[in-house]
Design a protein around this ligand. Structure first.
Ligand code: RFL
Ligand code: PHB
Length: 388
């Protein structure tokens, strides 16, 4: 088979890139290791930036998001039982949207099916060849049969554990990493959220987050140990751990119920540089990871895809490689700022050490955030998403 761009991975990065390229008449094939149902079963991001919404609109898949997504003007932070509100709209003129990654993925998959662009699910043993030559290739097996795609470019959108980054010679890549000694235990439940805005919680017992997917579906997270096992967290234990971390009003509003999903995610900061290796371009979690505290992972995947899709269009339509040559540098500038913000939120809101000095610093950071208009504006500017 022959295509212009072979895309590895049908997560949000791969699907969005495929859709934007298709709109511009650039053919692409997506190879995904899992089945479509498996990809849709992963419960992840909940908050998207205005710029991500704009990109989904450009990709022609924004209709359901506008109908069902919840616009949030503000975000709340509860510190040791006292709730504070930051108005994103007053501080930046912008808002964010609560619309689950599962829904975005479904919209992108449906959009792709409508235009008839090919996605090969259950593609096994994907392997990248000749990325530094003029005719890169991707081999894989499908239903036990070996296959090959010859292409102009490969987009590695296959997440942190994917094959693309691992195919790059180790001496060509620099990795920056911080692993936090904790994870997030998350549950989804068909119960009304405690508040109509997201609430991030700093408490001596540990971090919590009260989020949602709709007015009748809540998503809650609590900080857990990396050694924890989901099986050791029956629903009641989760609710008992969450409730005392909340302020009185939220405690009274908390409606508990059976979980419909429960999982643990480790927290990690990671950046691989550069993001281009000959004709291979990395995008999204394949190149970088942020801890979920700043709600930036999917939004960064979207900004990478915006830069990359523009650069590829420039290559094919204007016959200029300027965008491809600048891709890595441009994307990394935005990525490092989101890395900084996500690290800061993580360090400020979690119980990471037992050192009382560290706790006092967290409280000072948060007190400054609530009292200083400039600190609040800087927070809000990052939370709603920095410009491209
Ligand atoms: P994905 O979603 O991991 O998709 C990669 C795809 O590649 C496939 N794959 C392969 N395919 C073929 N061959 C191989 N060898 C392959 N290896 C892997 C995988 O099966 C998969 O389908 O990466 P992508 O597209 O870059 O998207 C990134 C986002 O998924 C991620 O950044 C976000 O989920 C992060 N995130 C959040 N981001 C936000 O912007 N806002 C949020 O509110 C937010 N909340 C979260 C989050 C992530 C979380 N977890 C579980 C880590 C909350 C949580 C709890
Ligand atoms: C979510 O709703 O899953 C969510 C919201 C905000 C975050 C992370 C996850 O920062």
């Amino acid at each position: 088979m022959r295509t212009q761009v072979a895309i590895i991975g049908a997560g949000p990065a791969g699907l969005l890139l495929g859709q934007l390229l298709h709109k511009q008449g650039i053919d692409n094939i997506i190879l995904e290791r899992q089945t479509a149902d498996y990809v849709l079963g992963r419960i992840r991001a909940g908050v998207i930036e205005q710029v991500t919404m704009d990109l989904l609109d450009q990709a022609g898949v924004g209709a359901r998001m506008h109908a069902d997504g919840l616009i949030h003007d503000g975000v709340q932070i509860c510190v040791d039982g006292t709730r504070h509100r930051l108005s994103l709209k007053d501080l930046t003129g912008k808002t964010v949207m609560v619309y689950g990654q599962t829904e975005i993925t479904k919209d992108l998959m449906d959009g792709r099916a409508t235009v008839g662009a090919p996605t090969i699910y259950s593609a096994n043993d994907v392997s990248l060849h000749d990325m530094f030559g003029d005719r890169p290739r991707v081999t894989y097996s499908s239903k036990g049969e070996p296959r090959e795609i010859v292409c102009d470019f490969i987009a590695g959108c296959d997440g942190f554990h994917g094959v693309s980054r691992q195919s790059v010679p180790t001496e060509a890549i620099t990795a920056y990493e911080r692993v936090y000694p904790l994870g997030w235990l998350g549950i989804l439940s068909d119960t009304p959220p405690v508040s109509d805005e997201l609430m991030y919680v700093r408490h001596p017992r540990g971090f919590a987050l009260c989020s949602m997917r709709s007015p009748t579906r809540s998503r809650y997270y609590i900080q857990c140990s990396l050694a924890d096992d989901v099986a050791a967290w029956p629903d009641q234990r989760f609710w008992d751990a969450l409730k005392p971390r909340l302020d009185e009003q939220a405690q009274a509003a908390l409606v508990t119920g059976p979980s419909i999903e429960k999982s643990i995610a480790p927290l990690r900061s990671f950046v691989a540089e550069p993001m281009r290796f000959g004709r291979l371009f990395l995008a999204g979690d394949a190149a970088h990871i942020v801890p979920p505290t700043g709600a930036k992972g999917l939004n960064l995947a979207a900004s990478d895809v915006q830069y990359l899709s523009h650069a590829l269009v420039e290559h094919y339509v204007e016959k200029s490689d300027a965008g491809l040559d600048r891709y890595s540098e441009r994307a990394l500038k935005r990525i490092w700022k989101a890395e900084r913000f996500s690290w800061w939120m993580t360090m400020t809101l979690h119980r990471i050490s037992d050192n009382a000095f560290d706790h006092q610093l967290q409280l000072a950071e948060l007190d400054y955030l609530f009292r200083s208009k400039s600190a609040a504006a800087a927070f809000a500017e990052n939370y709603v998403g920095l410009p491209y």
